[in-house]
Design a binder for this molecule. Structure first.
Ligand code: SF4
Length: 410
């Protein structure tokens, strides 16, 4: 028989639960929303900044970059992508986007053979209005560049939009870079939090090819929650899978720690380190020669970006300048032989790094569910995980079971 005290306690507990569910109703989309809400919370403290009127990088007559300002990436504002922060720019008028490209072409004159000209998502009409894109590609058509590269989220790609650019470029090669990060759907969702399905990737690739352009997949090494070994394996898996679905070129790049990101939150608590540049070398070295020939690299040195403070960047840890110069030579020329000294490097620091690769961790879903409550409690308040944690855990387990494409993780 229950005592008065325990009955009262029970009633109070029931009341408390009722109050909790009124104040913190279960979010039926918790599994979808969790990392996005975390991203929103982390980015909420950024101040808006005035993007520069134009921003160019010259790499000689072979390659140049023109970045044109926009009001920012829509996915960033929604809280996606656990590693990304380019700051929170103020609104930008279409005329200013066009002017930035005009100015960039002037600064880079004579225009290099290959020109990267982009905002965050060139094919997202909410970020780059169609009229501005039209004018920008008309300007590019008049330049002496032979190949134009622009970047976008795959969800924004449509046949018509790409075709319009191909037609405007009048015979120049047009390459659309797709920010895929990984071809493993589980990693893309639970480590990177990219809102992107396998079907959407295939649709984007078909639309790009159908419109007469080429397609490059961008892949991240060092997604959070992965060991370095898993990162290398998953990037190789991604490049091979991308080749199988017809992607023409690949760009691989190591992750950086940027403020106001989940990666930064983990790094501050000792739960994340940017990958060593040896992980980049190892990934390239394990690709078949045919795939390596179609691969380029990026972000292996710190890259200043307006609006986002420098974070922690990946390094070799020794003999830095010579080794980075080799990577730079490969990036500039695309000649795989240039990487030979790094592939054959048998220095102590590389051997020590290789030993570290053998370190194992618990299975990936367990690792996620060890970290997620800590993240939720700190960033969304303790009640959030209390009420919604089971749904998130269920989402992780279900997807892990369904993902038949998963490579073997430790
Ligand atoms: S990674 Fe790309 S899509 Fe994701 S937030 Fe950054 S710019 Fe946007």
């Amino acid at each position: 028989m229950l005592s008065y005290l325990s009955v009262t306690k029970e009633v109070n507990c029931l009341d408390l639960e009722r109050h909790r569910s009124v104040l913190f109703p279960v979010n039926q989309n918790a599994a979808e929303d969790f990392l996005r809400l975390v991203g929103q919370r982390l980015r909420s403290e950024r101040n808006r900044f005035e993007p520069p009127k134009s921003s160019v990088r010259s790499h000689g007559l072979e390659f140049g970059e023109i970045w044109f300002p926009t009001g920012g990436c829509i996915w960033d504002m929604q809280g996606y992508c656990t590693m990304c922060n380019y700051g929170r720019p103020k609104a930008v008028k279409p005329e200013a986007m066009i002017h930035a490209v005009e100015k960039g072409l002037e600064l880079l004159r004579p225009a290099p053979e290959v020109l990267w000209v982009s905002a965050f998502n060139v094919f997202d009409d909410r970020e780059v209005p169609r009229s501005a894109r039209h004018e920008i590609f008309k300007l590019l058509a008049r330049s002496r560049a032979k190949k134009i590269i622009s970047e976008t989220h795959p969800n924004s790609v449509s046949y018509n939009a790409v075709k319009e650019c191909v037609d405007l470029l009048e015979g120049k090669t047009f390459v659309v870079e797709l920010g895929l990060e990984s071809c493993d759907a589980f990693i893309r969702k639970w480590c990177v939090n990219k809102n992107l399905s396998d079907d959407a990737i295939v649709h984007a690739v078909e639309s790009i090819h159908g419109a007469g352009a080429k397609c490059c997949g961008n892949f991240l090494i060092g997604a959070p929650f992965l060991t370095e070994q898993e990162s290398i394996q998953s990037t190789i898996f991604s490049v091979e899978r991308a080749a199988n679905i017809g992607i023409d070129e690949f760009a691989v790049f190591p992750n950086h720690v940027k403020p106001h990101t989940l990666v930064d939150w983990l790094w501050r608590r000792g739960s994340y380190e940017p990958p060593s540049l040896w992980a980049l070398v190892e990934t390239l070295g394990r690709l078949s020669y045919e795939l390596l020939n179609r691969t380029t690299i990026a972000w292996f040195t710190p890259v200043e970006h307006p609006g986002a403070a420098q974070g922690v960047h990946p390094i070799f840890g020794a003999d830095e300048n010579r080794r980075v110069a080799i990577l730079e030579g490969f990036r500039r020329t695309g000649k795989c032989e240039m990487l030979k000294p790094l592939f054959e490097d048998a220095s102590d620091d590389r051997l020590k790094w290789k030993e570290r690769l053998q370190n194992h961790d618990s299975p990936l879903p367990e690792r996620l569910l060890r970290n997620f409550p800590l993240i939720a409690n700190d960033l969304l308040g303790v009640q959030w995980w209390h009420v919604n944690g089971a749904l998130v855990a269920e989402g992780v387990s279900k997807m892990w079971e369904q993902c038949s494409l998963n490579i073997q993780y430790s």
